[in-house]
Design a protein around this ligand. Structure first.
Ligand SMILES: [Zn+2]
Length: 374
């Protein structure tokens, strides 16, 4: 569907009536290059039936297909649609003209993570190379405050994060790629490290499951207050033209986030005072021929999505009204939720917080009743 209408500057704020002081902790979670199309409409019939991208089309259909988009997306991401849709907010369904976009021109990962974490869509191209990021990020900002010092951590599957977060300058705890686990109980760290050691082909992206286990253990033992977790395999599988594995990984990520949320909500340190913000660094192509790629020239690569849940976040579910958020607004929003103001040398996007009620779009009804034959 072509979106011909959106309101670039009119955004109805929906997070709110929150007392920032009640919120003690924030987890920022990303899954690389995961499209809004799958978040909001589940598996794409055009791609899932193409044997170039799916090895067992019948099995993938059994696992992920339903003619109704509302059911299909639930099959793919049950935590998103059974829990976040009830308790939190989901932005980015472009079929309802609710848009989330990157502001940077490049629509690749380094500029995307830079924009999320620094609030600045750097006009200079930062290629996906080991270049120390010149921009100050929100993790460092928190860590420089007395009340958060030593309580800011980042776990990432992609081994480029030492550059993205400028580890040379940063003091935060960062575990990325196949870094060894440290900071937990020795025996647990030893087990994680032994398991990682068994991986025979270590690419630049660690298995997301290993990232998740390392992070969960660390979080359980050390109770950090600001957590950044970045998963990478959704992008990896897409680049490998494997829509089947891309879908499976989406379900895996949904499950890992679910387990993390459960762990948080059953830990007195985190229970009811922790916010999850979940997003992606960039979108991907929109159709059968382009879905696996993304860059400034591939249409759809800048289209993203955002989920948020936790204390003070109104349980509005899916944002079914026209709106526009940009990726560069996240850093300031995160700071505001924590009752802080992110101050940097560069200009950053404004927070997207307000008390206004959303206005339902007329497109909503047709979206929920749309069906497709295969
Ligand atoms: Zn990519």
């Amino acid at each position: 569907m072509k979106i011909t209408y959106f309101l670039p500057f009119l955004f109805f704020y929906c997070i709110a009536s929150s007392q920032p002081s009640q919120i003690k902790n924030i987890f920022i979670i990303t899954t690389d290059g995961f499209r809004w199309q799958e978040v909001f409409t589940g598996a794409d019939s055009a791609i899932m039936n193409d044997t170039e991208y799916v090895q067992d089309t019948a099995l993938i259909k059994d696992l992920y297909w339903d003619p109704a988009a509302g059911e299909r997306r639930k099959k793919l991401m049950p935590f998103f649609w059974n829990v976040i849709a009830k308790e939190g907010q989901l932005y980015g369904n472009r079929l309802l003209h609710n848009n989330v976009n990157v502001k940077n021109l490049y629509k690749i990962s380094f500029p995307g993570y830079n924009e999320i974490l620094t609030g600045y869509a750097d006009p200079l191209l930062i290629p996906n190379l080991r270049i120390n990021n010149r921009n100050k990020n929100i993790l460092d900002y928190f860590n420089s405050q007395e009340s958060y010092k030593g309580k800011v951590v980042a776990f990432a599957s992609w081994n480029m994060f030492p550059s993205i977060l400028n580890k040379k300058r940063s003091r935060i705890y960062l575990n990325s790629g196949y870094d060894s686990a440290t900071g937990g109980l020795d025996i647990t760290d030893d087990m994680i490290n032994a398991t990682q050691g068994q991986v025979s082909h270590k690419g630049h992206t660690r298995y997301d499951l290993l990232t998740s286990i390392a992070a969960k253990e660390y979080i359980h033992r050390n109770h950090p207050r600001i957590v950044f977790m970045s998963f990478g395999e959704t992008d990896e599988f897409a680049h490998q033209n494997r829509y089947d594995l891309y879908l499976e990984q989406a379900t895996n990520i949904d499950k890992m986030i679910e387990e993390l949320w459960y762990a948080v909500q059953t830990d007195p340190f985190y229970k009811d005072n922790t916010i999850f913000i979940i997003t992606t660094d960039h979108g991907r192509g929109q159709d059968l021929l382009t879905w696996h790629g993304h860059n400034g020239f591939i249409k759809g690569s800048g289209d993203t999505w955002l989920a948020i849940m936790g204390p003070g976040i109104k349980p509005l579910g899916e944002m079914e009204f026209p709106g526009q958020i940009y990726q560069n607004q996240l850093a300031a929003t995160i700071a505001l939720l924590m009752g802080e103001k992110f101050v940097t040398a560069h200009k950053i996007g404004k927070p997207f917080l307000s008390n206004e009620a959303p206005v339902p779009a007329s497109a909503t009804a047709s979206f929920f009743h749309q069906t497709s034959s295969n």
